[in-house]
Design a protein around this ligand. Sequence first.
Ligand SMILES: C[S@@+](CC[C@H](N)C(=O)[O-])C[C@H]1O[C@@H](n2cnc3c(N)ncnc32)[C@H](O)[C@@H]1O
Length: 274
Amino acid sequence: MERRYPLGESRREAARLRAQAHLWDPESRGLFDRLGVRRGWRVLELGPGQGSLHLELRRRVRGPVDAVEPSPAFAARLKRLCARDGFGPGRLWAERLEDARLPDGAYDLIFARWVFLFLPDPAARVRRLARALKPGGVLAVQDYHRETLEMIPRPRDWDDFLAADRAFFAAAGGDASVGGRLPGLMRAAGLEVLPLAARLKSGAPGSPVWEWLSSYFLGVLGRYGSLRPLTPAKSARLARAWRAAARDRTSLIVAPAVLDAVGRRPRRAPAARP
Ligand SMILES: C[S@@+](CC[C@H](N)C(=O)[O-])C[C@H]1O[C@@H](n2cnc3c(N)ncnc32)[C@H](O)[C@@H]1O
């Protein structure tokens, strides 16, 4: 079955991704620092979207970076951006990760932020990506642990909203809270799992975190209304409560945590058991 990126490729979604990247790119740059991404590394990025981290990775390796990007609009933008920085074109698979014929043993780093939550069979994807790493190479994934999403004071329909949010991603074959599953999937694929880190942001009305989460959730709440246990009436009531909370400077929103899950391909295959 052809599955489309459930959030679409509109200009509005592209602008939302850029604003979201602005807020979160420092956390990804910190991860690249800790991994020691440097000149000459061979890197693959999955789902670069608007491409800010792709350009950052190219700057760090001082050369091209490969990508898998199924959105035609995002892939075209990526090509345009990469034509400007003088590092040359990387290989681009303009298709879903599930369909891309990746090389084996090729990469020092495979990186993905907010892509695994859309993937139907993350265990199979991690196994395939583990094979694409060089010995000693790392798979580094930043994705959500949705359970920390909270508004204080908690609106009446919040539990139903959280369930509808999970159902929205599940309906497209994904898992909105895939972050916490990734270390186990990496271990099962034969990778050595590095210590897990969680990035947690919160903010009051008017803060960048409040604006980021409000622009996303108020934008999709209408669609969430058809996902039980939410209903159109509950979703409209929650949207009103959300806007009322935005006028109260004592409100607080706690974002879904973003987990850094990193697995390293062993330099040598583990000794075979007798
Ligand atoms: C929420 S955006 C994140 C974009 C970017 N990684 C970032 O952090 O700003 C999700 C990205 O994953 C891509 N994507 C969705 N489904 C995919 C799939 N099956 N294989 C590869 N990429 C996918 C989308 O086209 C989009 O670029």
